[in-house]
Design a binder for this molecule. Structure first.
Ligand code: PGA
Length: 247
């Protein structure tokens, strides 16, 4: 199971950031899955320096550029040099700030070029009765995969994060049944994009109001390979309770 702590911009205090990483390292020692922390960019290098723990670090986003005259941009090369080994791409909060499916595809290419494993976020704004949201998800995934080789495609982790479920509380998250259906649907799309039977083993995660109260039910009945956690990852006690539910 993957557990990804997406701190977003919640953590502005570096002392708090250090404590959260210490908590994560302690938690990682007693479980077998992969625990990944995605701190804000200015903290990442310091937190990941000399890291030999079981915790891995992810960029919350990367630049679509390859460096040069691009004021304010942080590139894949910089993140790799700072100790990140994963990068979140296409998070809905970045898409809201202008990332298109094509930008996301480019960011995946940039990530792979620096050996950063992309965590591709996809998710519909709302569920319409006609089922147009299904085509929306398909488009997000197929555009992201289009330019990649089979070997590159196999490295991508998918995080399904419906926008209507993000940043709320456990009762607003998706139900395990609806999640199970969506995970099957995503694996069906992946079956068209990945060689052989790899779609069955691809990492498909869920994010959107995962909390200690719902994580077990969501993980048990849906076929997901992990979770992406936002607000519940920035409080040490809540995050600990949450991780322990999965251990
Ligand atoms: P949330 O955020 O857990 O606060 O809903 C998840 C995400 O946006 O990655």
């Amino acid at each position: 199971m993957f557990i990804i702590a997406n701190w977003k911009a919640y953590v502005e205090d570096f002392e708090k950031a250090k404590k959260l990483v210490a908590t994560s390292k302690k938690l990682a020692r007693s479980r077998t899955g992969t625990l990944i922390v995605a701190p804000p960019a200015p903290f990442l290098g310091k937190l990941a320096a000399g890291n030999i723990s079981n915790v891995a670090f992810a960029a919350q986003d990367i630049s679509a550029s390859t460096g040069g005259a691009a004021t304010g941009e942080a590139t894949a090369a910089m993140y790799a040099a700072s100790g990140a080994t994963y990068t979140i791409v296409g998070h809905s909060e970045r898409r809201a700030a202008g990332d298109t499916n094509d930008t996301v595809a480019l960011k995946i290419t940039r990530s792979l070029a620096h050996n950063l494993t992309p965590i591709l976020c996809v998710g519909e704004h709302e569920r319409d009765r006609e089922g147009r949201y299904l085509a929306f998800i398909r488009e997000e995934i197929t555009t992201a995969f289009a330019a990649l080789t089979a070997k590159e495609r196999l490295r991508i982790i998918i995080a399904y994060e419906p926008l209507w479920a993000i940043g709320k509380t456990a009762e607003h998250a998706i139900t395990p049944n609806d999640l199970a259906e969506m995970v099957l649907y995503i694996r069906k799309i992946l079956a068209e994009l990945l060689p052989g039977k790899n779609a069955m083993h691809a990492a498909v995660l869920y994010g959107g109001s995962v909390e200690p109260d719902n994580i077990r039910a969501l993980a048990a009945h849906s076929g997901i390979n992990g979770v992406l956690i936002g607000h519940a990852s920035v409080d040490a006690a809540t995050f600990t309770a949450l991780v322990q539910q999965l251990s």
